[in-house]
Write a protein that binds this ligand. Structure first.
Ligand SMILES: [Zn+2]
Length: 179
């Protein structure tokens, strides 16, 4: 089946993290952007230039973002080594960007790789990471910002992981299988 990017993270940097499907299941994990056609599909879906991108650069951004964000979803501190790499990423983002105006401070990112770096930086700078969640599915591993009023969102997609969980509960209730 063709890859159709699902943009459910609520932020470009999280939609990048979510280009790994089944991140928490070693047997099923799929890196969607390892395939050049899918990489172009994803870039187009998020509104970035799909031409001639370096997937390695995006993967590096993605993995450092995940390494720092994942502990936050569990209320833990990220590892110092990961924070040091995040700092390098932010430094690179600024070094490669052009300052367009001073008030308000506005940057032009330049390349797609740098647009993604800036997006990762902005996620940490601008967003309330108290609303960062990991999907309630055991294997999914997708991250999102819970922008619901009462902070009750549990699933990356209610149609997807949410639906599977409902089906599983239904089956357990009606089959006598242990929960
Ligand atoms: Zn999910």
């Amino acid at each position: 089946m063709d890859y159709r990017p699902e943009l459910v993270g609520g932020h470009l940097a999280l939609d990048l993290v979510n280009t790994v499907a089944w991140r928490l299941d070693d047997r099923r994990r799929i890196d969607r952007i390892a395939d050049p056609v899918n990489l172009r599909r994803w870039l187009t879906a998020v509104g970035l230039d799909p031409a001639g991108q370096d997937p390695g650069e995006l993967v590096r951004c993605r993995e450092i973002a995940y390494a720092v964000l994942h502990p936050l979803t569990a209320g833990d501190e990220p590892r110092a080594a990961d924070l040091a790499v995040l700092r390098e990423l932010v430094e690179d983002a600024v070094r490669n960007a052009t300052l367009v105006s001073a008030r308000p401070l506005t940057w032009r990112a330049g390349t797609v790789g740098n647009q993604v770096r800036l997006a990762v930086w902005r996620l940490f700078e601008d967003e309330d990471l108290g609303r960062l969640r990991q999907c309630g599915d055991n294997d999914c591993g997708w991250l999102f910002l819970d922008r619901s009023k009462n902070g009750s969102r549990r699933w990356c997609s209610s149609a997807d992981c949410g639906n599977r969980a409902r089906a599983r509960r239904y089956y357990q209730r009606h089959s006598g299988a242990p929960a």
